[in-house]
Design a protein around this ligand. Structure first.
Ligand SMILES: [Zn+2]
Length: 230
């Protein structure tokens, strides 16, 4: 999703920037086209693309991409379903990488703190894999604690676990939070907005009434300082 951001809050007409706040440029859909995609994005005025890792393979790819493309900034994470990699039976969910140790990967992510701008994509998912929330919560709690320790924002996935995600974040010290593709009800939208959290809205906003309503309530403009680009 592309969003507008301004470098100068007092004059929104100045320095208009386009920021893609949530991308998975490692997706096979891009194939050999990535150079062309990045170049078209630049021509269209995109100044930053935040590339989200979801497991060891994509985390390392994301770091490589940031070295190659100056507009790519990196968020490293463990996707809630990938976090279950050792618990899910073969075929239950198509895991995108090899099995891995969550604690070892979190340690790796922590060591990259100077190369990354956020932790993402992380969170909880009770939609694609049912009934594994308790285990996912343990990993998400560790990620929240890592974010507190290395002082990075969180890019959060919360499919069918929106209340649980907000409950956990509310009791943490994390204040810089992007709720990605948030499908919770408007009461939860208000709760997250009141906590100062931001929302990244998917492109389906052009026809999806839920996302239209979120935009109406919380606004579409975010300011670039939300994520501490360094
Ligand atoms: Zn994503």
């Amino acid at each position: 999703m592309i969003t507008k951001a301004y470098t100068d809050e007092s004059d929104p007409s100045s320095n208009l920037m386009l920021v893609d706040v949530h991308a998975h440029l490692d997706h096979s859909w891009f194939g050999d086209e990535l150079d062309a995609v990045i170049s078209r994005a630049k021509k269209a005025g995109v100044r930053v693309i935040i590339q989200n890792g979801v497991n060891p393979e994509t985390n390392r790819l994301s770091l490589e991409m940031a070295k190659k493309y100056d507009i790519v900034k990196v968020a490293l994470g463990i996707y809630p379903i990938d976090a279950l990699n050792k618990e899910i039976e073969e075929g239950e969910y198509p895991l995108r990488g090899n099995k891995f140790d969550v604690n070892e990967e979190l340690e790796f992510i922590g060591k990259q703190k100077d190369q990354i701008i956020a932790l993402g994509e992380v969170g909880l998912d009770d939609f694609h894999v049912k009934g594994k929330l308790e285990s996912q919560k343990k990993t998400f709690q560790k990620i929240i604690e890592l974010a507190e320790k290395i002082k990075k924002p969180l890019i959060v996935h919360s499919r069918d676990a929106e209340k649980e995600v907000i409950d956990m974040l509310e009791s943490s010290k994390c204040k810089k939070v992007d709720m990605h593709c948030f499908s919770g009800n408007m009461k939860l939208v208000k709760r997250a907005a009141d906590l100062g959290f931001h929302f990244s809205i998917p492109t389906s906003v052009v026809y999806n009434m839920h996302f239209k309503e979120i935009v109406k309530r919380v606004g579409i403009t975010v300011h670039i300082h939300f994520l501490a680009f360094a």
